[in-house]
Design a binder for this molecule. Structure first.
Ligand code: PLP
Length: 401
């Protein structure tokens, strides 16, 4: 008889966004006339930049002719994209990363989970709470013990450095869901902790393109010592609207070595290369060509305009909540705005109330972890006019409470 992986039975019943969608659809079924505005899921709404579209079209054209046809590419990505990333995201910022440390993927979600393949299930994992749910679920699937690192307004949602030893630590800045950013000084403390404890930091900087305050680090490799203790995940999803096109990358520095049971130091870069060449066959040629176009001056300008637009929407959301007497977090160097529910309401109760009275869907904070209870997340990726309408409805709803 075949048995299932028991770890999967330990997962929470429903993935957060599935539950949000389920409740919104159930409401719509009961109230078909309701004009529901979705400010919940973090998907983008602006189309791909013209430079990206044109590069993708020409990639399709390459595939249409025998002379330019491309079959399987290197599992770790095409060199034109890896080189563009190294120059555009690292070298130009004075950061030391080389092309053989960059692994192209089909988006950051896959690798933030897949990285567990090369790490022992005996590792104790530290995960900031609240946070993007994928880290918790994939480590539960991998049978690892998790210790939550509570984040709150008091520590700027960046977590206290733990007293005990954690083997793997997940950090995500700018943060989903809180929109919090981390200072260089605080990130240095995490790096020092990891070096001291021989831990590895999984640094998810999927939202780095939203950073406008240049004192905030874009990459963990801006921090001395990080090359010996950190893996970085990046995504083109929010940077350039690739949620459907699918492309991202992971940086595994050659200086990062972890121990085997026998105490031998093993290159994590070599292990990850081995894992990828066995289990992954590369991102699509069109997606990689499109992603490379982001690094041209024209592409860079176009995606920056899009991000500025989202940040403009974020400002409207922040100002609405500030005007209502709330103290919203995020939305300045991040696309998400994080707000405390009125009257200490439970997150799901507030979600239901807003859906019912304002026909607006937000994301309940408790879906991102226990420390998110009593908060909700609003996204700036929604359509601008719909956001303005949603904010008007939220104003009336809150004022009527
Ligand atoms: N990391 C964080 C923090 C995210 O919020 C998301 C998407 O919402 C991802 C990774 C996944 O990105 P991708 O679309 O590249 O898989």
């Amino acid at each position: 008889m075949a048995f299932v992986n028991e770890n999967f039975l330990k997962l929470q019943q429903r993935y957060l966004f599935v539950e949000v969608a389920k409740r919104a659809s159930a409401y719509k079924e009961l109230h078909p006339e309701a004009d529901v505005i979705r400010m919940g899921i973090g998907d983008v709404t602006l189309p791909l930049a013209p430079a990206v579209i044109s590069a993708m079209h020409s990639a399709v054209e390459d595939l249409a002719h025998k002379e330019t046809f491309q079959g399987y590419g290197p599992e770790h990505g095409m060199s034109f994209l890896r080189d563009a990333i190294v120059e555009g995201d690292y070298v130009s910022r004075g950061i030391n990363v080389t092309a053989d440390e960059v692994f192209i993927n089909d988006g950051a979600k896959s690798d933030t989970g897949n990285i567990g393949d090369i790490l022992s299930s005996a590792n104790l994992v530290g995960i900031t709470d609240p946070v993007y749910p994928v880290y918790v679920d994939t480590n539960t699937m991998g049978g690892r013990k998790i210790q939550f690192i509570p984040c709150s307004e008091e520590n700027g949602f960046t977590g206290e450095i733990p007293q005990n030893r954690l083997d793997i630590i997940y950090l995500c800045y700018p943060n989903n869901p809180t929109g919090a950013v981390i200072t260089r000084e605080k990130l240095q403390k995490w790096v020092d902790y990891a070096l001291e404890n021989e831990s590895v930091i999984m640094y998810d900087s999927a939202y780095e393109a939203f950073i406008r305050d240049e004192s905030i680090p874009h990459s963990i490799y801006e921090i001395p010592g990080a090359r010996e203790c950190a893996i970085e995940f990046r995504s083109f999803s929010k940077t350039a609207g690739f949620t459907g096109a699918r492309c991202g990358y992971t940086v595994v520095p050659k200086d990062l070595k972890l121990k085997s049971q026998s105490g031998e130091k093993v290159s994590v870069n070599a292990l990850w290369e081995r894992r990828q060449s066995c289990k992954f066959n590369g991102a699509s040629y069109m997606a990689q060509k499109g992603a490379a176009a982001i690094y041209t001056p024209e592409g860079r300008r176009q995606i920056t305009e899009n991000i500025d637009f989202y940040l403009g929407t974020a400002r409207i959301i922040r100002e609405t909540f500030e005007g209502l007497g709330f103290n919203p977090m995020g939305g300045e160097n991040a696309p998400y705005i994080w707000v405390k529910t009125p009257g200490e309401m439970d997150s799901w109760d507030f979600f239901d109330l807003l859906l019912d009275r304002a026909n607006v869907v937000v994301t309940p904070g408790c879906g991102f972890g226990q420390a998110g209870q009593g908060y909700f997340r609003v996204t700036s990726f929604a359509d601008r006019d719909r956001t303005i309408e949603a904010m008007e409805r939220i104003k009336s709803c809150i004022k009527s409470l």
